[in-house]
Design a protein around this ligand. Structure first.
Ligand SMILES: C[S@@+](CC[C@H](N)C(=O)[O-])C[C@H]1O[C@@H](n2cnc3c(N)ncnc32)[C@H](O)[C@@H]1O
Length: 220
């Protein structure tokens, strides 16, 4: 839902303005958002909700997919990979390597997600083993098999490399299999966030059942 801009606001106007009185009642509502309007990039059903209430609701319906990404060089792609992971409501996001990651592309979507840091590939692999999750590498390297038409485990971690170097040898060594997205042009690779979107979508086609009621999509 998009409403007209209020006084002093200019197009393009994203979100909703102040909630008309009487206000809805419930612990999920943020009084400040009700008063001033909600400009966040959230679904209509979460309008005027506190972040904590949105996270609590998302936690009741997380999908059993995890996303992991190597973070050695503060890669700009990580934020946008996380934004897509939010759209797929994945159970967890794993930053492997440096703790500080480049948040720019995330557009604060990480606030709604369970983000975990693993300083080394070994520690990440131990976490996956403890949680009985297969690590599926996503990269186009010599040992890769095709992602297309390949059954993906329902409960797994998709592990991505970073811009430039791609997956490290150590990262590849902890993967059950590494899968490549087929390409048809001249570039060696697509960026990690684009690869993430394709891989999560491929997983979703196998394990999720979209309904017309999802994401405010009307029937048609
Ligand atoms: C820019 S790529 C770099 C590495 C790539 N192996 C190369 O030879 O140039 C960065 C990351 O994006 C993902 N990626 C890019 N293109 C891909 C493809 N065609 N298939 C699977 N993953 C891909 C991988 O996770 C990869 O580690």
């Amino acid at each position: 839902m998009t409403t007209e801009p209020g006084a002093g606001e200019f197009y393009p106007f994203v979100g909703v303005g102040p909630h008309p009185k009487p206000w809805p009642v419930g612990e999920q509502y943020d009084q400040e958002l009700l008063e001033l309007g909600d400009k966040r990039n959230v679904l209509d059903e979460y309008r005027y909700w506190t972040v904590a209430a949105i996270v609590a609701d998302l936690n009741t319906k997380r999908n059993p997919l995890h996303i992991a990404v190597e973070n050695w060089k503060h890669d700009l792609n990580i934020g946008s990979l996380i934004r897509t992971a939010n759209a797929f409501n994945v159970a967890g996001i794993h930053i492997v390597g440096k703790r500080d990651w480049n948040r720019r592309g995330a557009m604060v979507t990480d606030r709604y997600m369970n983000v975990q840091h693993h300083p080394t590939v070994t520690e990440f692999a131990e976490w996956a083993k403890t949680n009985k999750l297969a690590i599926i590498g996503i990269d186009n390297i010599d040992v890769s098999k095709r992602l297309e038409n390949r059954p993906l485990p329902r409960e797994c971690v998709l592990f991505f490399g970073q811009e430039g170097s791609g997956m490290s040898d150590e990262a590849v060594s902890v993967c059950e299999v590494v899968l490549a997205i087929n390409q048809y042009g001249s570039t060696r690779s697509i960026n990690a966030s684009a690869a993430g979107a394709i891989a999560m979508y491929a997983w979703g086609l196998q394990h999720l059942s979209p309904k017309d009621s999802d994401n405010n999509i009307s029937q048609g």
